[in-house]
Ligand binder design. Structure first.
Ligand code: UD1
Length: 421
């Protein structure tokens, strides 16, 4: 089957019922994979889904001299013989998270060379904060012909103040400091749960990091790390996508392997929409019996604010909600590319700069649409599941970057999605 020409065909209009487990978090796994090279040894990661972004990171680790194998859902990584500190350009272009490798490669080899990273086309996504922070750890950085070349010969712990709590920069700097002599403090650090997970993983290898989840993170550099086995956290964005799916289609579902504490910003909005919840520490029940009410205003913010990665799925929900909703996207400047596609399905949306005004219509209609990025693609699936008639989604390679076997997951809840090529 030619993966590039695959499409999803969705027959909409069915409510969702049943139980579904959330996969492990992509945004936790990617930095953890990057961090695995910190240890000149072996790592076992449990419950890892073979999504495209994970394979891209594993390809990068392979070119650096690491090996890996899957045993069921367990991923065994061996970085004993890692020897290279240069990420080939074609691989770095595939995935933005390759930038995390800068910190971990520098920590291990005291040198790194990487080209400017790729990933979803959702804005300019500069890396100035990453580079400024590395300079605070005494890394010398040259930028030549699209490559970033780092000399970490004289690296030492330092004080970093991030102008903005960037997730990637915080993770990168934690890794850079993990094996660097002295104490590093990162202030105005990002507080996302995936950062706490990275701290816990590195500490499982023998690292000395504290403070993740708050705005000050302290890293005491250690000389070496040791082998470890680790299970990353559940994916709050996938869990959130299921919650919004139930809200848009109606029905009642139980979501297991779900940490509600990571998603209160969404749960609060879905309560405003009229959904009912039964929340426990490890699973959540959601029931949505009526046409959703508008969420009125949604503004994306750093954690624990409303996550930008759920903005597109939430936009899909607002298209059929009763009332008008204003969505403000503060994080990424071009993250409304799903809106013209939703308009093809009958949505009433006006986009101005970083703001979308959505006037709810009584229903969407199936249409042929294009996934423009990962979360925008997820939004189109939700819209297709709720719409009258048939929806065809092209460019689903974007969706496969972060959702494994997405059609099987929704079909297990009573959706009707087929993958064809
Ligand atoms: C990570 C997530 C992504 C999520 C985002 C925000 C991963 C693999 N990706 O992306 O899914 O949408 O957090 O929660 O974990 N910025 C700068 N300079 C920098 C770095 C960032 O100006 O050096 C800006 C970005 O352009 C953006 C904002 O800061 O406007 C947030 O970016 P950041 O938190 O770094 O997101 P990512 O780590 O790229």
């Amino acid at each position: 089957m030619d993966k590039n020409n695959e499409k999803l065909i969705i027959t909409g209009g069915k409510p969702l019922y049943g139980e579904i487990a959330v996969d492990t978090s992509k945004n936790a796994v990617l930095p953890i994979l990057a961090a695995s090279i910190l240890n000149s040894g072996k790592t076992v990661l449990h419950n890892i889904m073979p999504i495209t972004d994970a394979y891209n990171m594993l390809n990068i680790l392979s070119t650096l001299g690491c090996t890996y194998k899957w045993e069921n859902n367990d991923l065994h990584i061996n970085c004993v013989n890692a020897h290279s500190w240069e990420i080939p350009q074609d691989l770095a272009k595939e995935i933005r998270s390759s930038i995390f490798m800068l910190g971990s490669i520098l920590s291990r080899f005291r040198a790194a060379k990487v080209s400017y990273p790729g990933g979803c086309d959702i804005g300019i996504r500069p890396i100035d904060l990453h580079l400024k922070g590395l300079k605070d750890l005494n890394v010398k950085i040259k930028e030549e012909h699209g490559f970033i070349i780092c000399d970490g010969t004289n690296m030492k712990g330092g004080n970093v103040h991030l102008d903005y709590p960037s997730v990637g920069a915080t993770e990168n700097l934690i890794m850079a400091a993990a094996l660097t002599e002295g104490i590093t403090e990162i202030r105005n650090a990002a507080k996302e749960p995936e950062i706490t997970d990275l701290q816990n993983f590195i500490n499982c290898m023998g690292g000395k990091i504290s403070g993740a989840g708050t705005s000050t993170i302290t890293i005491q550099g250690v000389e070496t790390l040791k082998d470890c086995e680790y299970t990353p956290i559940p994916d709050r964005i996938i869990g959130g996508t299921y919650l919004i799916a139930c809200a848009i289609c109606g029905g009642k579902i139980r979501i297991t392997n779900f940490l509600s504490e990571h998603l209160y910003s969404l749960i609060a909005k879905l309560r405003e929409s009229g959904c009912e919840f039964n929340i426990t520490p490890t699973y959540i029940d959601i029931e949505c019996k009526q046409r959703p009410l508008t969420a009125q205003i949604i503004e994306t913010l750093p954690y624990p604010g409303f996550p930008t990665d759920l903005q597109a799925p939430m936009t899909a929900l607002q298209t059929i909600s009763d009332g008008t909703c204003m969505i403000i996207e503060n994080m990424f400047e071009t993250r409304f590319k799903h809106c013209p596609e939703l308009i093809k399905m009958g949505a009433n949306i006006t986009v101005r700069d970083r703001m979308a005004i959505i006037r709810g219509v009584s229903h969407l209609q199936g249409a042929e649409v294009n996934a423009m990025d990962l979360r925008g693609g997820a939004a189109l699936i939700l819209a297709g599941l709720a719409a009258k008639g048939t929806t065809v989604i092209n460019n689903i390679n974007h969706i496969d970057r972060g959702y494994f076997n997405v059609e099987e997951k929704f079909n297990s809840l009573g959706g009707d999605i087929q993958r064809i090529s």
